[in-house]
Design a protein around this ligand. Structure first.
Ligand SMILES: [Zn+2]
Length: 275
């Protein structure tokens, strides 16, 4: 069996039998890979912390004939973001990113830009950027790199050029103009500030966005609402971890995450920003 080697991020783990784990990796060379690690649940596992969510490792795996799951031969930690993922809200966000990754990617379809996105966002989180900004950055680029970010320039319904604001609709996920949006139930406004934030995300690094348009909590919140609609429109369901983030936000109001939750449907101030 040929050994395959690649940089990889662990996304999720599932127990297998008494001692083993199935790990879902996002790898640089092969995209999403599911692999069995023998003995990984034992106290003195030779894999150490390599399977903690979003730990970057050098993964060596091999295929077993006739089996969908590959086998981990070795997995050496290259970089851990463990310290920055210790709070409940950052751990919830990591789980949300992992679910987004598994919903938006298919196995063995490598996309190195997506791998670099993970690195860029977690480095920024480690550097202290606000989690809601990190969340918006990850969502927009996940949509963009998967080919599902709607056209920003013109209305998907009538073709009119879109100005400072646009409305998002869910089925199919598109942006439409002020005149057309009433035809679509549940459309959401992306305000001029929210639009500016989106465009900045497409041009700049996470840290630069946090220091620029990401300062505007209303814009971050508005983009959160729109991203949620676009993501739900694309995958056809609400993500499980979004509901967890909702519960976390309601249960822990002191968290900074609350200031501009990625999941709430209402502006945090209660002030109308519909127009
Ligand atoms: Zn239109």
């Amino acid at each position: 069996m040929p050994l395959r080697q690649t940089p990889a991020y662990a996304l999720r783990c599932y127990p297998l039998g008494e001692a083993d784990l199935i790990i879902v990796f996002y790898t640089y060379n092969f995209g999403c890979v599911r692999s069995v690690a023998r003995g990984a649940r034992r106290v003195r596992s030779r894999f150490g912390s390599a399977f903690q969510p979003f730990t970057q490792s050098e993964l060596v795996f091999f295929e077993k004939e006739g089996q969908d799951l590959t086998r981990v031969a070795s997995c050496e930690v290259a970089r851990s973001f463990y310290e920055s993922l210790l709070t409940p809200e950052s751990a919830a966000l990591a789980a949300y990113f992992a679910e987004l990754m598994t919903e938006f990617t298919v196995e063995r379809d490598p996309n190195p830009a997506l791998f670099r996105l993970i690195s860029a966002v977690f480095e920024a989180v480690e550097g202290g950027i606000p989690l809601p900004v990190a969340a918006r950055y990850f969502e927009i680029w996940m949509l963009q790199l998967s080919g599902f970010l709607p056209l920003l320039t013109s209305c998907a319904n009538c073709g009119t050029q879109l100005e400072a604001a646009r409305w998002a609709v869910g089925h199919p996920p598109e942006f439409v103009c002020r005149e057309c949006h009433r035809q679509f139930a549940g459309s959401r406004l992306l305000s001029p500030a929210g639009t500016a934030l989106l465009k900045e995300i497409l041009k700049k690094k996470p840290q630069e966005v946090a220091e620029g348009a990401g300062h505007d909590a209303q814009a971050v919140h508005r983009l959160a609402t729109v991203n949620r609609l676009l993501i739900r429109g694309h995958i056809g369901k609400e993500l499980r971890t979004v509901r967890y983030l909702d519960r976390l936000r309601r249960g822990t109001r002191k968290l900074r995450f609350h200031a501009a939750s990625p999941t709430s449907d209402h502006p945090p101030s209660g002030r109308s920003i519909a127009h």
